[in-house]
Design a protein around this ligand. Structure first.
Ligand code: SAM
Length: 353
């Protein structure tokens, strides 16, 4: 055999496998959705021991379960390391939860199940189909598909607004634990109030207000989001538009907001942040992805993909590198900043006037 063409064939085979793997990646998300939808993690958890296929089947609320389909779903999920399996009595396979499926339980405080339901929602899936149109003509894939930009769509579609806000809230709970574990003193030194700009339904600020009772929490977001927000001790909800005015405060917290916007829009938002805080003692705590290429970071793939997600959904939305953050903050008159790494997808960027 010709060595050169043998190597070429091997490389082509790897390339072929690569394309199949990428194409079928969509099934990873949809299979997760299926498990959450059928409450399979809850069924196994409620059983309090590793669970057989027939026990899972009888826990699903349907008179006509396709048990063969369920078995194939479970085999795939075990292969993708979402559940663990072992041989039970009489060699019957039994399934248990692992670190991944524990995050898919519906009624625990720490869960990503609502994020799964949000991100695999057809509203999102349909929009991704228009990615090539965005590259060709500009404009977001979301608007090409749904005729509105993302936050106008959530204003007009209360069902998707709820699904989106729940998806955000569940990740906020997890990220806030990581933030508070590392950045304890960052809030201890603050006085008066903290305004969470674009705070969604208020989960993040409620955690801050609970952990630091000396601070008054203000959750600031668009009216259609605030109208769905639950009541939290120590938190006042304020409806408004961050492009117009941000309530005056000592400290601003802003998580996953600037990545939705272009540099020009970020400058408007950050300048409004600066106007809202005192020059001597104020600070803005930004929580965002800082793009870097650290080896062996389990979130690297997600950080890179997230930039494409922003491109698809928000006009000029993007994930930024440290240099890009530095330039933006400098342009808005922040004199210095610190980046604090936390065990999460995102980092803390504290900025001082
Ligand atoms: C990606 S979500 C992040 C929510 C929350 N900070 C979190 O991390 O879970 C962006 C938030 O910005 C809010 N938002 C968008 N435009 C806004 C505006 N003009 N004024 C205030 N909030 C806005 C959205 O309603 C949404 O809740």
């Amino acid at each position: 055999m010709n060595i050169q063409s043998g190597m070429e064939d091997d490389a082509m085979l790897v390339g072929q496998a690569q394309i199949w793997r990428y194409l079928y990646g969509a099934f990873d998300g949809m299979a997760l959705r299926c498990c959450v939808d059928l409450r399979i993690p809850d069924i196994i958890s409620n059983n309090n021991r590793p669970t057989t296929l027939s026990e899972i089947a009888s826990g699903i609320d349907s008179p006509s379960i396709d048990v063969d389909g369920l078995k194939r779903l479970m085999s795939f999920m075990v292969y993708r390391k979402v559940f663990d399996e072992e041989d039970g009595e009489g060699s019957e396979t039994i399934y248990s939860l692992n670190h991944c499926s524990k995050l898919l339980l519906s009624s625990t405080n720490v869960t990503l199940a609502p994020l799964v339901m949000m991100f695999t929602n057809p509203v999102i899936g349909l929009a991704i189909n228009a990615l090539s149109q965005s590259v060709k003509e500009g404009g977001t894939a979301f608007k090409h598909t749904h005729g509105e930009e993302f936050f106008d769509f959530t204003l007009l579609n209360s069902g998707f607004n709820r699904i989106f806000n729940e998806g955000m809230a569940c990740t906020a709970k997890i990220t806030m634990d990581a933030i508070i574990s590392v950045y304890k003193d960052g809030f201890l030194g603050s006085k008066g109030s903290v305004v969470d700009v674009g705070g969604g339904t208020g989960v993040a600020i409620s955690k801050i207000a609970k952990t630091y009772p000396h601070l008054k929490g203000i959750n600031f977001d668009l009216p259609h989001v605030i109208s769905t927000a639950p009541t939290y001790d120590g938190v006042t909800h304020v409806a408004g538009d961050m492009f117009k005015v941000i309530p005056p405060t000592e400290t601003i917290f802003m998580k996953w907001v600037l990545h939705n916007w272009s540099n020009d829009d970020c400058i408007k938002i950050l300048k409004n942040c600066r106007r809202a805080i005192p020059k001597e003692t104020g600070k803005v705590i930004i929580v965002e992805i800082v793009q870097h290429s650290t080896e062996d970071d389990p979130f690297n793939y997600t950080r890179i993909t997230f930039d494409l997600v922003m491109f698809a959904f928000f006009p000029s939305g993007r994930q930024r590198s440290e240099n890009e953050w530095k330039n933006l903050l400098g342009e808005c008159g922040f004199s210095h900043y610190n980046i604090i790494k936390i065990p999460a997808l995102v980092s803390i960027i504290e900025a001082f006037p």
